[in-house]
Design a protein around this ligand. Structure first.
Ligand code: ZN
Ligand code: ZN
Length: 1017
């Protein structure tokens, strides 16, 4: 190719994706094969039609219906009353099996020639059948004697308007043929005037084009020319990569360098552009015009008016943020330092913010200036399209961290950032570490006082240890300095956050009892000392790092572990020994409150006002996942965290969340946090476009819906992956032929092998994922497919090793990971740019999971996603029918989030944690003595005269269950506390632990609820 005509990598990828898809569809239909050794009905999953007799006989057996259909069709709305005429082109083939004495005894099945018949149809209000003699003759003519079919037209009047269902039905006899299926079937309808269907009953419908030209029956429909409808075996939806600025507006310079130097003029420019856009799209006059032109109903107009209000409120918040930066020098300085740090941490990989990221920072920054007022709101960042969530978080976090330091918070936790359950990835943790390291360098450069910025890692079971126990006293489950795998096993960072060197060394420092990450690079800019990252729970409590990242379930520790107090308020004191850190309540094992075993030091006054230890921010990632039982339990624990923070510091943390979905977030936020929800950005005036995102022509992902026929989903998944692997191997072996066939420039071959050589197979359940991994090993026709699993069960260090291999693939293709069998673990924070093809085993249970998961492929190159529908399930069948709108407008197919704080089953589990946490963190410090045993606690409660009713009232208020309508809940709490008091007074109680008093102990993990509690009010 000559210089002016060079194909871009993007174009090459798109052409290659098209070729891959053609090959997969061909494998599904049997295109291009002449002979087969096995029965075609056990192999092909597309284009086939079983015979009607067989399907009717099997109708009693529910599994067969829909799985191996006897008809394909197109549903249309005629523009005129009866009668109607049209032309239907039918395409199909048969497969016939030779006798034993046939020409190829090893491959006895052969494919017939193509039947291609134009069937004229003229039909009245009662419908009818057409073309059966014509089609029978055509099958006989290509060698498939005995196969028969017809065009059947049904007229349906039970909707408001008449609908025609035009179907090709396989009417062949069940017996007497070697195979009664039709293959490679297709119909094409022309010559009928139609009107589109209107999708009804959808929220904020003013944003969407609701017209659907036709619906498929067991197939998709392409409108190949005006008035020409053709069936398709799969339903393909191509999405487009958005850009983040609309060039009709003057673009501000949002580079990190400029915003670090002189941000205000650029921020003003951004706000002005937004104001201009909002005026141009949301003013009453503009909405009037759209209402007229698009025929909105009054209800649609009311929806638009409500949205306009929210849009202008958002604009006001950005203006407020800008004004605060203008008027508050400290805030401005924090913002500039943050930009310098983020710029440094990207290492030039990208030079600027996406405008919506800056928009969010502006809209939320007021929480630093007016913390009490802003704590009333939960700000949710909504990521419908595109990435950049983590960077947005980090921008907010670093602004807060600098602002804290500049206003006298010289140490302690600025933010506790929580990810649902095990969904915190090492990659995500590394990004936090990278930006904090850059912030630390900037802090030193600008001589901002206080402790170095540091990172803590606080995750539930199977991550890192809660504590390191001296070898001599270690019991079975304890981790000691001499435990197997120590200390290397607990390496969390993938590289040095300061110099990016990958040669880290783990070390356990017995002197100060810390588990340390060391960078081995001699010229590392952090110098030769342990990196400021703490991965053992107790070290997090001892050092209270600037930012703690962790999993949500860790909140349960608040009812078990008194040193968790450091995450909601002040620690007790400070150890005199160097590097021992903060101290907590005195216990037999920690007589001076220091968590270092056998510490001989003494404790000292805290070096900072105790109130300032309150964390400034609590972040919640993937808010939409806090639903059902997990949401119900967390609602109580969030309230408990708020309560403990307020009681110890008279402050409330600001809560910021991210969510992939919007539906019902107001109620969700209200239930979870007892705060008002605000979301950024507001959705734009039309689907897929807003001030912050503009669609382009660049391909993003090609979604292909597959409704497998006649064979199992596993078979289809195996065959699809097999074909994808075969294609890439052909590209390696025969680059010239494949490049010519696919229409790509051979210069791109190596890149294509890398970008499309690793496929993801995704299952919503562990069972599906494991089955997929196993069967692929045994069923493929390509040799040596290397399969790796990434699920919640995958060990920590294994995950690290797999990610490493995915990011830096082996030179030899045959040694690489070819297939990743993954569960939802993949959908959160795993960013591997080489993952561009995915096979989904059935639709995930929630639309949010679908959006999140498919966003893992096509990060920078065009992606290809096969969605294999479990077509026997109602929801999958529905979605197959609406696949186009489902993909394009996924955000409004998101189901409202089921959540309540009024579940009595959950209350049973959470009371204990609230009572224990209040005892440990509020009552004990107030008592000025140890309340570590039931006796001591009983004596103290007698002195202060606490009654069950008093404590029950407080707990009910903490949980937000103190209203008149919650009397049952209040009684339940009181009953629980009465038992607790009885235990406390019982001289025969054997326990030494206050956590074991009462009907049940505090939850050990928020996950404990999953199996036990169906959730309702
Ligand atoms: Zn380093
Ligand atoms: Zn100590």
């Amino acid at each position: 190719m000559n210089g002016t005509n060079t194909q871009s990598p993007e174009q090459a990828c798109q052409a290659f994706v098209g070729w891959l898809d053609r090959r997969v569809v061909a494998a599904g239909r049997g295109d291009g094969l002449d002979r087969l050794e096995v029965a075609p009905s056990g192999t092909f999953w597309l284009g086939r039609l079983a015979c009607e007799d067989e399907v009717q006989k099997a109708a009693g057996d529910e599994r067969s219906e829909g799985l191996d259909p006897c008809a394909i069709g197109i549903r249309l709305r005629p523009a005129n009353p009866p009668s109607w005429s049209m032309t239907v082109i039918v395409r199909a083939r048969g497969w016939v099996k030779d006798g034993r004495d046939g020409p190829e005894p090893d491959k006895r099945w052969w494919r017939t020639g193509l039947v291609e018949e134009k069937v004229p149809v003229s039909v009245g209000a009662n419908g009818g059948s057409f073309g059966s003699a014509q089609l029978a003759a055509a099958f006989a003519a290509v060698g498939a004697q005995g196969l028969t079919a017809e065009i059947r037209v049904d007229v349906e009047d039970w909707h408001q308007q008449t609908e025609l269902v035009v179907q090709l039905v396989n009417t062949s006899p069940q017996r007497g043929l070697t195979d009664s299926h039709l293959y490679e079937t297709e119909i094409e309808i022309s010559g009928l005037a139609t009107v589109p269907f209107q999708m009804e009953s959808l929220p904020d419908s003013f944003r969407y084009d609701r017209a659907v030209p036709a619906y498929g029956v067991n197939v998709g429909v392409d409108v190949v020319a005006p008035g020409v409808f053709r069936s398709t075996d799969t339903v393909t939806v191509q999405t487009r990569r958005p850009i983040y600025w609309d060039d009709t507006y003057a673009k501000p310079d949002l580079s990190f360098t400029t915003l670090a130097r002189d941000p205000l003029p650029q921020l003003a420019k951004l706000v002005d552009a937004l104001a201009e856009y909002d005026e141009a799209h949301w003013s009453p006059a503009v909405l009037d015009a759209r209402q007229d032109a698009e025929g909105w109903t009054d209800a649609m107009r009311a929806e638009a008016d409500t949205s306009a209000q929210a849009v202008f409120a958002e604009l006001d918040r950005l203006r407020t943020g800008l004004a605060l930066l203008e008027s508050t020098p400290t805030l401005l300085r924090a913002f500039r330092l943050m930009n310098e740090a983020i710029g440094d941490s990207t290492r030039g990989k990208y030079p600027d913010w996406r405008p919506f990221q800056v928009g969010f920072l502006l809209s939320s920054v007021r929480f630093l200036a007016e913390p009490a007022d802003e704590a009333k709101y939960v700000d949710t960042v909504w990521f419908a399209t595109g990435g950049g969530k983590t960077e947005t978080y980090l921008g907010l976090l670093l602004t807060a961290a600098f602002y804290d330091r500049l206003t006298g918070k010289t140490m302690g936790v600025t933010a506790w950032s929580r990810f649902p359950l095990r969904l915190l990835s090492l990659q995500q943790t590394q990004r936090f570490a990278d930006s904090l390291a850059s912030a630390e360098v900037v802090r030193q450069d600008h001589e901002v006082g206080g402790a170095p910025f540091s990172l803590g890692f606080l995750v539930g079971q199977a991550g890192t240890p809660n504590k390191i126990v001296p070898t001599a006293t270690a019991k079975h489950d304890d981790v000691s300095p001499d435990s197997p795998g120590m200390p290397d096993k607990y390496q969390v960072l993938l590289r040095c956050p300061f110099c990016r060197d990958e040669n880290l060394r783990m070390r356990f420092n017995r002197q100060v009892w810390t588990l340390e990450h060391w960078c081995t690079n001699k010229s590392c800019r952090y110098g030769s000392r342990p990196l400021p990252v703490y991965v053992v729970d107790q070290e997090v409590f001892r050092f209270l790092p600037t930012v703690v990242v962790g999993t949500l379930d860790k909140a349960a520790s608040i009812g078990l572990q008194q040193a968790m107090r450091g995450l909601v308020g002040p620690p007790r004191r400070f150890c005199s020994e160097k590097w021992h850190g903060f101290t907590y309540a005195e216990r037999a094992k920690t007589p001076n409150g220091c968590l270092v075993p056998n510490c001989q030091g003494s404790s000292r006054e805290l070096p900072m006002d105790a109130k300032r230890f309150a964390p400034t921010l609590r972040l919640q990632d993937e808010l939409h996942l806090l639903r059902d039982s997990l949401g119900a339990v967390d609602a109580h624990y969030e309230s408990l965290l708020d309560h403990l923070q307020y009681e110890t510091t008279r402050s409330r943390a600001k809560i910021v969340a991210s969510s992939a979905t919007l539906t019902g977030y107001e109620r969700q936020v209200d239930v979870l946090y007892q705060r008002e929800g605000r979301v950024f950005p507001q959705p734009g005036p039309r689907a897929g476009e807003s001030f912050w995102t503009v669609p382009t022509d660049q391909p993003l992902r090609r979604f292909v819906a597959v409704a497998p026929r006649g064979v199992t989903l596993e078979h289809v998944s195996d065959r699809t992956l097999d074909t994808l692997q075969r294609c890439v191997r052909e590209l390696i072996k025969e680059p010239v032929r494949v490049c010519a066939e696919a229409g790509v420039d051979p210069d791109h071959a190596e890149m294509l092998v890398s970008q499309y050589g690793t496929n993801v197979v995704y299952g919503s359940t562990l069972y599906d994922v494991e089955a997929a991994g196993r069967s692929l090993g045994s069923n493929n026709t390509v040799d040596g497919i290397n399969v790796e699993q990434l699920t919640g069960q995958t060990e920590f260090d294994e995950v690290r090793a797999i990610l490493e291999r995915l990011e830096k693939p082996e030179d030899d293709f045959l040694e690489r990971v070819h297939v990743v069998a993954a569960s939802s673990m993949l959908s959160h924070g795993v960013d591997v740019e080489r993952l561009n093809t995915m096979v989904m085993l059935g639709l995930p249970l929630t639309t949010a999971e679908f959006i999140q998961t498919t966003a893992r492929v096509g990060r920078t190159r065009p992606g290809l996603v096969y969605v294999l529908h479990k077509i026997g399930r109602e929801r999958d069948a529905q979605t197959f029918r609406h696949f186009g709108p489902y993909v394009r407008q996924g955000d409004r197919f998101v189901d409202p989030i089921p959540i309540t704080r009024r579940s009595r089953r959950v209350l049973d589990l959470t009371i204990a944690g609230a009572v224990a946490a209040r005892t440990l963190m509020i009552r004990e410090p107030a008592s000025k003595q140890r309340l570590s045993t039931p006796e001591k606690l009983r004596d103290y409660l007698r002195i202060i005269g606490l009654t069950p009713q008093e404590e029950a009232d407080v707990v009910a208020a903490v949980f937000g269950l103190d209203g008149a309508e919650d009397s049952l809940h209040q009684q339940q709490i009181l009953d629980w506390l009465k038992e607790w008091f009885v235990d406390l007074e019982d001289p025969t109680m054997k326990t030494n632990f206050i956590g074991e008093i009462g009907p049940n102990p505090p939850m050990r993990s928020l996950r404990d609820v999953e199996a036990t509690a169906p959730i309702h009010d």
